[in-house]
Ligand binder design. Structure first.
Ligand code: FAD
Length: 447
């Protein structure tokens, strides 16, 4: 039977699910709505366009016409879906010519998340930005080009804040980064974050931790902090987190989970089996613990798109849970984490041990060996892997990928010394840092 499939949101989750469905299903009628002008753009590349590393805006974009033609999709951009009528299986949408409705057999929600921008006294919206989509990116670029800011305050030292820090500094803009936490990048534990903070210091970045933005004055150029300090900044970037876009789902009585995101089952179905959801808007379960988790990353959205597409054609591959593997670059350092960190393990009252190994990324006598710090968090008795983190200048992505794979394969610390990861002096040592980390962790197990 030819189905009518309607998709809301056309970036990582929405565009992907549309393409995945079409690959195996030439018959169904697929309509994709996005309230923005662009679809399928590379969100993750935006900081690098702003830093001038990606030198053409077009490199981040996909032609809507080509996408629609390639996948035979009825694409409606600049069109916001405003309501779902589950009983009659219709949605209402609004474009420049007014409000209309259309029916669906299957509805897929990928509305993403929105960047938080707390309303603070004195904020000047012309010089205070978020970075979540192409219009945000264009607004920042325009401001930099026309106003030539020399200083920027970045509120939030998560991965968007830190990536933007590097890229704005690349443009010659002097940044101060402010975060109410006691460390940067809460994805990793404090000792790993210390390495990043030391690196920021060597780059001359002013870092204000344990402090927050309270208000602005002076046309939005003076920032008053909760500590009582103040500073001047020509522009401010708010990188204080995101909230999943759940209004459409909540208004139509789709279940919202305890993390505040849309609750889905293993096939990415909401509590209405004809409505699926994916991406930044959904809550899935943690791969290891099965506890609810909201992870806003591109990799999970892509996998979830596959799960939905195969379920629609009668398959039963389940989404196995989210690991939260993430990596980012800040100046000369790379940092990444997979699984659970100490803060989460403590919150879940899971008893764990940690082993840390600081070494060189490859044989010390071969030029270019750089310091790398690896950490594994594991069950104190059976050595099950709970999480891993890595920070360094070289070889971080490789070690993170190995640890993420080991976790997915249910390995324990006993397996880490046994991994044959390939050695030659430019790449590693005969005992890879991961092998040594495993030996260390094994020796810490309680009998
Ligand atoms: P989105 O990509 O946000 O797409 C949602 C779309 O839905 C939007 O276009 C929106 O206009 C549309 N929409 C919402 N509501 C409606 C409605 N009612 N009607 C019609 N359309 C609607 N992840 C990584 O894994 N690695 C990275 O390096 C990385 N870097 C990032 C850098 C930045 C600056 C940002 C902001 C994010 C980054 N991410 C990264 C996260 C990643 O981009 C997201 O996880 C991913 O884009 C989520 O996809 P999505 O489809 O759920 O949501």
């Amino acid at each position: 039977m030819v189905k009518k499939i309607v998709i809301v949101g056309g970036v990582a989750g929405g565009a992907n699910v549309a393409a995945q469905i079409r690959r195996d299903d030439q018959e169904s009628d697929i309509t994709l709505f996005d309230k923005g002008e662009q679809i399928a753009f590379s969100t993750c590349g935006m900081p690098y366009y702003l830093g001038g590393i990606v030198n053409k805006r077009d490199h981040l974009l996909v032609s809507s016409d080509k996408f629609a033609a390639k996948y035979d999709i009825n694409l409606q951009t600049n069109t916001e879906v405003t309501a779902i009528d589950r009983e009659n299986k219709t949605i209402a949408y609004r474009d420049s010519s007014g409000t209309e409705q259309t029916s669906y057999d299957k509805l897929i929600l990928s509305p993403g998340a929105s960047a938080k921008k707390p309303a603070l006294e004195g904020m000047n919206h012309k010089r205070t930005f978020t970075l979540h989509n192409i219009p945000d990116m264009d607004a920042i670029e325009r401001f930099i080009e026309t106003e030539k800011p020399r200083t920027c305050a970045i509120i939030g030292a998560g991965f968007i804040g830190l990536e933007m820090l590097e890229n704005l500094e690349e443009r010659g803009i002097n940044c101060t980064i402010i975060d109410h936490s006691e460390q940067v990048m809460k994805l990793v534990d404090k000792d790993m974050a210390d390495i990043i903070e030391d690196h920021l210091e060597t780059k001359g970045v002013q870092l204000l931790l344990d402090d927050g933005l309270a208000s602005f004055s002076n046309n939005g150029t003076t920032l008053h902090l909760t500590s009582g300090k103040s500073l001047q900044a020509d522009m401010t970037l708010m990188a204080v987190g995101i909230q999943p876009n759940v209004k459409l789902a909540a208004d139509s009585a789709l279940e919202i989970g305890e993390t505040g995101a849309i609750k889905v089952n293993d096939y990415m179905q909401t509590n209405d089996p004809d409505i699926y959801a994916l991406g930044d808007a959904v809550q899935t379960n943690d791969l290891l613990t099965g506890t609810p988790r909201h992870v806003a990353l591109a990799g999970p959205a892509h996998r979830q798109a596959f799960i939905i597409a195969q379920h629609l054609k009668g398959g039963d591959t389940a989404y196995q849970g989210v690991q939260g593997s993430a990596i980012f670059k800040v100046f000369d350092l790379s940092a990444g984490a997979t699984g659970l960190n100490k803060a989460v393990l403590n919150l879940l009252r899971i008893r764990y041990k940690e082993a840390v190994h600081e070494t060189r990324s490859h044989a010390g006598y071969y030029p270019g060996a750089e310091k790398i710090c690896l950490k594994v968090l594991f069950d104190a008795t059976d050595g099950r892997l709970y999480g891993a983190q890595a920070v360094g200048r070289e070889g971080v992505d490789k070690r993170l990928a190995v640890m993420a794979t080991a976790m997915k394969a249910n390995m324990t610390v006993h397996d880490l010394p046994e991994l044959e990861l390939g050695y030659a002096p430019p790449y590693s040592s005969p005992k890879d840092p991961i092998n040594v980390l495993g030996y260390k962790a094994e020796s810490m197990l309680e009998s």
